[in-house]
Design a protein around this ligand. Structure first.
Ligand SMILES: Cc1cn([C@H]2C[C@H](O)[C@@H](COP(=O)(O)OP(=O)(O)OP(=O)(O)O)O2)c(=O)[nH]c1=O
Length: 208
């Protein structure tokens, strides 16, 4: 996937996305950057006392660190930057991650319908030697239309909710369930690209 002559390789830096999320891969591609994908197998359990911001930032760092420690020696640790990210949905203090099964998706969507919730995405950028670490997050408010159970079940039947925080995808059929948003749309999809571009600059990676 890496190519010479394209950012950030022209700057002599390798970029790695520590994510198996197709959404994050597409969004990073959309920034015009060349990168490699190495999925992280980091444990995603966190202490219940953490705030939403702390959860997404902790997990973003954990995912990036898990990949950085497993890199082969051919990656120059001071010239390799790893990106990790994590997204959660928060409704009235309750954190909603990815649904365990369809029943869990029904529970989540029944709670979210007709309400405004928040989506938090954390982003971590770190040099593979872990000398430079940058971590931040964005928060977006999303209002979902009121829906009856039949409509929710039909949406679950599309299969779209299964691997998405809060059991919906704003970028898919789920868009038709959304009344409005306040804040960064890309943050809801899983990667706040505008924030990420600012975070990459101190690592010598300029998007434009
Ligand atoms: C709210 C919402 C979430 N999502 C997705 C983004 C994330 O992929 C997922 C949240 O789960 P995450 O645990 O953040 O990410 P992941 O397991 O998919 O990928 P990885 O840990 O390897 O990076 O929910 C959407 O695609 N659309 C949405 O509207």
């Amino acid at each position: 996937m890496s190519q010479s002559g394209s950012a950030p390789y022209e700057q002599g830096i390798k970029l790695i996305l520590a994510s198996s999320s197709p959404r994050r891969q597409e969004l990073l591609k959309g920034m015009g950057l060349n990168f490699e994908i190495i999925s992280s197998d980091a444990d995603e359990t966190v202490e219940e006392s953490l705030s939403p911001r702390e959860i997404v930032e902790t997990l973003a760092v954990r995912k990036a660190e898990a990949v950085s420690v497993s890199l082969p020696v051919s990656y120059a640790p001071d010239r390799t930057v790893v990106i990790g990210s994590d997204t959660i949905v928060v409704l009235g203090g309750e954190v909603l991650g990815k649904p365990r099964d369809e029943r869990d998706a029904l529970r989540m969507l029944s709670a979210l319908q007709g309400q405004t919730h928040e989506v938090f995405s954390g982003v971590a950028c770190l040099s593979a030697d872990r000398r430079n670490v940058s971590v931040s997050h964005r928060r977006t408010k999303v209002t979902m239309k009121a829906m009856d159970e039949q409509r929710i079940l039909r949406y679950i039947g599309t299969g779209e909710p299964s691997d998405k925080a809060g059991a919906y995808a704003i970028q898919g059929i789920g868009a038709t369930l959304i009344e409005g948003i306040e804040g960064d749309y890309f943050n809801v999809v899983g990667l706040p690209v505008s924030l990420l571009s600012e975070m990459l600059e101190p690592f010598g990676i300029r998007v434009i």
